[in-house]
Structure formats: C-alpha cells, structure tokens
Design a binder for this molecule. Structure first.
Ligand code: HEC
Ligand code: HEC
Length: 370
C-alpha cells in the first residue's frame, strides 16, 4: 500500500520511503491519476466513505487499524491467494461500516460537524472499548493554569527565538551547503547508509544504499527532480517537486516567516519530555503544528494533521540531538511516525559538514541506462 507522495516527502527522513513508493509505479507504468477522484470512483465497494478523496483510502484504513490495534485482515479477507478488500464476508467489516456511520452522525448531530469523536476516542488501540471506569482512579496530573495562556509569546516572537537559537541570521546566511552522512532506520530497526547533500540555492540530493549494495537516489536541481533505483530512473511528479523545494533548504525559517500572519500559538505541550510551544498553521486539507522547545527555542517537532471525513489523522517528525556545526545548530537525528506502522523511521547522522566543496553532478539527472 503506498501513501500519497505529497505526504511521503514531508521530511528528508521520509524522502527515502517515497523512493520506493514512486519506483513501484515504474513497474506497472504510471499510476492512474487519483487527483480529484473519490474512493467510490476508484474502489469497488464503497458504501459509507463516499466522497473520501481516493488518495486518502490507505491513510484512513491504516488509521482504522491503528485505532483498534489490529491489522488489515481483522476486517478484510486476506488469504494465501490474495487480498480481497472489496469483499464483505467478515462481520468486523460490517461493524466497521456501522461505526463509520455512527461517528459521522455523532459529529454532525452533537458537535456541529466538528470531528470531536473519532475511532480513537473510544477504541484507544483496542477492539473493545472500556465502558467501566477502572479503579483505583489514576492520579490526575495537575491542570495547567489558565493564566499561562495569557503569557504565551506570539508566533513572530517564537520564530525570532528559533532563529537566535539556531545561531542567528548572520551565521545562518553563511551556510551555502550541507552534507549529512549517516543511516536511515526503518520500523524494524534495519539500517541503511544514507547521504544527503543540500546546496544553495535550493538543491537537494540523497543516496540510500540498500541491501546488497542497491542504491536509491533522489536529485533536485531547484527546478526539477528525479529518482533512481535498480528498477529504473524517473522524474519526480509535480507534487513531489513542491515538497522537494521545502527539503532543499537548511531551515524552514523563511517558509514559516512567510506564514506567520496566519499562524497562532495554541499553548504549551510536552514533546519528548520537554515543554514546547505549539504554533498552528491552519490549512483546509492539512494543518501543520510546529513545536518549539520553550527553553532552547529550537524546533523539536512538526506534526501534520490531515483532514478527512472520518477524522483528523496525524503524522509527525521529531528533530532530535541538535549539535553546533560551524556556528549553527543542526539536528543530528529525525524520527518520523504515522498511522501506518511501516512509516515509523529514523535518520541518524554521524557527520554533518557545511560549506565544503559540493560535486554539482549529484543534483543532475543521470543518463538513463538501457
Ligand atoms: C476496522 C475495520 C477495517 C480495517 C482494520 C481495515 N479496513 Fe479497509 N475497509 C473497511 C471498511 C468498512 C471498508 C468499506 C468502506 C465503505 O463501504 O465505505 C473498507 C474498504 C477498504 C478498501 C476498498 C476496497 C474496495 O475495493 O471497495 C481498501 C483498499 C481497504 N479497505 C484497504 C485496507 C487496508 C490496506 C487495511 C490495513 C492497513 C485496511 N483496509 C484495514 C474496514 C477496515
Ligand atoms: C462511541 C464510541 C465508539 C466509537 C467512536 C467507535 N467505536 Fe467501534 N466499537 C465501540 C464499542 C463499544 C464496540 C464494542 C461493541 C460491542 O461490545 O458489541 C466497538 C466495536 C467495534 C468493532 C468490532 C470489534 C470486534 O471485536 O468485533 C469494530 C470493527 C469497530 N468498533 C470499528 C470502529 C471504527 C472503524 C471506528 C471509527 C470509524 C469506531 N469503531 C468508532 C465503540 C466505538
């Protein structure tokens, strides 16, 4: 099952997974364009999720499975002869349809159309939600005081502190290239060597060495991009190009500043054990939440909230292990997570060099080998 490309490219950490997804297309020819299509137009047996964008089907299914703590086969017929997602043999699938309808009804009738209730509200990773409160009662965490809201900094102030924490505008402006060497670690803990090169203005290249030396590479020269693997070479589709433009910068600072007027600070939250300010950048199909460490000012998490008809589905990247390189702070690890357990991953770097000579040929599309 592949995820929408636009989502898969969110971070460098996720970019390597994209490679597999897009290359999978090259085997069967180009994907039928799902843009603008609904689930019922592309699938055989959609009865309640009518109007769900086709590219969200996998995301929503993974969300169902993770909310209940099950795999696809809990609701679907999967056997040695194949996967039959359209079949209705299993009572669990029929129950799930009733549940989907119930969730939509509750939200429409009781919560003014907000997605206040989702599968996770009740299920919390179990097939049978609890209906009796467990005793003894859990000790309650002290409620955060109401006054704290009044003292929240503005988005502009948080971004200014972030810039200072990174090393300041002057030090950032001096960065012209960055080479990162390390490993990408998949959900099973398997490590593959990884190299990423970013160069001003807006160029990006990554190379992952898979098992038996197979290489997967992505290149972006500021305008167009490509990816290659033992299966072939192809151009990046337009939505992946847009995501590449974000990847090909040293920090998301300029992009965040451009949005600052529409962002708002929602409060404080705990991220990896530390207090962080949460800055929301609302959008119609997706909203972004950026978490900045309240003490250090550094960006520690980016969470994307994908709006679907059956609830808001999150995915996130954590920025960890910031160290100083040439006067600026750089995260030496990035950890990503989503509702598909296979999207869990980590990138860890052992060396990060800046402003060393860059071989420009890494960005250019290689000649196709026949
Ligand atoms: C909790 C039950 C449940 C789980 C778990 C689940 N699904 Fe589904 N799935 C459904 C229901 C219900 C439908 C039909 C929705 C409708 O009728 O609108 C469906 C429909 C589908 C379809 C469309 C089939 C067609 O052609 O009509 C696909 C594809 C699919 N699921 C894939 C998956 C995958 C992949 C997983 C595992 C990641 C998964 N599902 C996990 C309940 C589930
Ligand atoms: C309001 C609470 C609530 C929400 C929201 C909810 N469920 Fe349930 N669900 C339950 C309860 C309670 C049961 C157990 C029913 C029973 O005991 O008969 C259940 C059972 C199920 C089962 C059958 C499990 C089994 O062991 O056979 C499936 C499948 C299921 N839910 C899917 C979903 C999906 C998918 C969603 C989101 C679209 C969802 N549920 C949302 C309360 C909820």
């Amino acid at each position: 099952m592949r995820r929408p490309i636009a989502l898969s490219l969110r971070t460098a950490a996720v970019a390597v997974f994209l490679c597999a997804a897009v290359l999978a297309f090259s085997q069967n020819g180009p994907p039928p364009s799902m843009k603008g299509k609904t689930a019922e137009q592309t699938k055989k047996n959609i009865q309640v999720l009518k109007g769900l964008p086709a590219q969200h089907v996998d995301l929503v299914m993974n969300y169902f499975a993770s909310s209940l703590g099950v795999k696809c086969g809990f609701c679907h017929v999967i056997d040695t002869t194949g996967w039959y997602m359209d079949r209705d043999d299993k009572p669990e699938k029929k129950t799930a349809r009733r549940m989907i309808q119930m969730v939509m009804d509750i939200n429409a009738k009781t919560f003014g159309g907000r997605d206040a209730v989702t599968c996770y509200t009740c299920h919390r990773g179990a097939t049978t939600p609890a209906n009796i409160i467990p005793l003894p009662l859990a000790a309650h965490a002290p409620q955060e005081s109401e006054q704290e809201d009044a003292a929240l900094p503005t988005a502009e102030q948080i971004l200014a502190k972030y810039e200072t924490a990174l090393g300041g505008a002057d030090a950032i402006a001096k960065i012209k290239s960055r080479k990162m060497t390390g490993v990408t670690v998949d959900g099973q803990g398997k490590e593959s060597p990884l190299e990423i090169v970013i160069a001003a203005p807006g160029k990006y290249a990554s190379k992952t060495t898979m098992r038996e030396g197979a290489v997967r590479a992505i290149g972006f020269d500021g305008t167009s991009g490509w990816m290659s693997s033992p299966r072939g070479l192809r151009d990046l589709p337009p939505d992946a190009v847009e995501e590449m433009k974000k990847e090909a910068t040293f920090y998301p600072l300029a992009r965040l500043r451009a949005q600052a007027a529409t962002m708002h600070v929602t409060g404080k939250d705990t991220v990896n054990g530390s207090q962080a300010y949460c800055v929301a950048a609302p959008g119609t199909e997706e909203s972004e939440l950026y978490y900045f460490d309240a003490a250090t000012g550094l960006l520690v998490r980016q969470s994307t909230r994908i709006t679907t008809m059956i609830g808001t589905i999150p995915e996130q990247t954590d920025y960890l292990d910031y160290r100083t390189v040439d006067g600026v702070k750089v995260p030496f690890a990035m950890r990503s997570a989503g509702v598909d357990p296979r999207d869990a991953g980590m990138e860890r770097f052992t060396t990060i060099e800046q402003n060393t000579p860059v071989d420009q040929s890494v960005f250019a599309k290689p000649a196709a080998k026949k």
